[in-house]
Design a binder for this molecule. Structure first.
Ligand code: TXA
Ligand code: MG
Length: 334
């Protein structure tokens, strides 16, 4: 299939007529959001949604997030609990997904048969305009299953070119990490995936929240509440190990013997040979680490190195969300 690549400058005049038409006629469109690129289909078209699973190689029991442009639209496809409405209004549009009881209009294939639906109002201007023009869009991240989520159009092209109708290229995504997911379908909010809105912020906003063990764990979990959590994720093709600062001397020894690279924040670059480092971002600006993570995992695969060592972080704030991904992407170095 011929894939149309459409450049849209998010700061310029945004024309989404073509991709909106593609979606309405049952085609697939990869589009930017402020988190990562999504692979979208008309949320009410079961056949189009089915193609998302096929194209990604995604397990059928892993539900998709529905993207809408407003709270009113959210209410049309899910039951928004009155006691959470104000909070939802405050947090949207933005990098957060709410799991809510679904209405019957949303086809089963979108929610993998669950009684709930994940819904998000993206803030990215291109995603906003596209949702407005086309109606609700079901979209997972626009990568092949298991690969790092795409944070620029070239990553989408690597995974999906020739398999979908259209890829919108709007440059890099601002957060680079998928949305925070919070389940509001019962009385106590449950964090299903930490993300750009941090767990600390969620505590401040919601007061009482539940943080299940599986979002901290590195091992695959048998029966997690977000079905996607049980799959191996984000992994580069080459072996990647995570290490902590205390093991720096040992890693330096390995660098002497093996064709290895270290992936580290800028502040630590002075400890390693110049030709053996990839810079992940800056401690000083922890959101830069989140923004670069998936990109660097993909870039690492394209280097001449055989093996990578990536530094682990203290798990707080946005770096807690980063570590949630990193623990799935890399093996812990002994
Ligand atoms: O930032 C994001 O959320 C991006 C952009 C494109 O919006 N999307 C994204 O989708 O990361 P995906 O499919 O890669 O991850 C969605 C996660 C999966 O782990 C899935 O199991 C979970 O959300 N999920 C979706 N609907 C759910 C539901 N009703 N209950 C529990 N988990 C749900
Ligand atoms: Mg994904």
């Amino acid at each position: 299939m011929e894939t149309l690549i459409l450049k849209i400058d998010p700061l310029g005049k945004i024309d989404v007529e073509i991709p909106a038409k593609v979606l309405k006629s049952g085609g697939l469109v990869a589009f930017p959001t402020e988190t990562v690129y999504g692979l979208g289909a008309n949320a009410f078209n079961s056949d189009a949604v089915q193609r998302i699973f096929k194209v990604k190689g995604r397990a059928q029991d892993n539900p998709l997030i529905v993207h809408v442009s407003s709270l009113e639209e959210m209410k049309m496809i899910a039951k928004v609990p009155e006691n959470f409405e104000n909070v939802i209004q405050k947090l949207t549009p933005g990098p957060i997904t709410f799991v809510l009881k679904k209405r019957k209009e949303i086809p089963e294939i979108v929610t993998a048969g669950l009684e709930t639906v994940g819904i998000r109002i993206p803030a990215h201007p291109v995603a906003q305009m596209l949702c407005k023009a086309s109606g609700p869009i079901a979209a997972p991240s626009a990568n092949l299953s298991g690969r790092p989520s795409p944070t620029d159009a070239s990553a989408v092209i690597d995974d999906l070119y020739g398999k979908i109708e259209c890829i919108i290229d709007s440059g890099r995504t601002p957060f680079g990490l998928e949305s925070t997911i919070i389940d509001l379908s019962s009385d106590i909010p449950v964090v299903l995936r930490p993300g750009p809105i941090t767990v600390e912020e969620l505590k401040n906003i919601f007061g009482r929240i539940e943080i299940p063990d599986f979002i901290k764990a590195s091992k695959e979990v048998e029966n997690p509440k977000a079905p996607g959590m049980k799959y191996r994720h984000y992994a580069p093709e080459k072996p990647l190990y995570m290490f902590y600062e205390k093991d720096r001397e040992k890693i330096l020894k390995i660098l002497e013997k093996e064709n290895a690279v270290v992936i580290i924040p800028k502040e630590h670059s002075r400890f390693y040979p110049k030709n053996r480092i990839m810079i992940l971002g800056e401690f000083e600006k922890p959101y830069s680490i989140a923004q670069n993570l998936f990109k660097i995992l993909r870039d690492f695969d394209k280097t001449k190195f055989d093996v990578g060592f990536i530094e682990g972080f203290q798990e707080s704030g946005i770096l807690f969300s980063v570590m949630n991904r990193l623990k799935k992407a890399a093996k812990l170095w002994r």
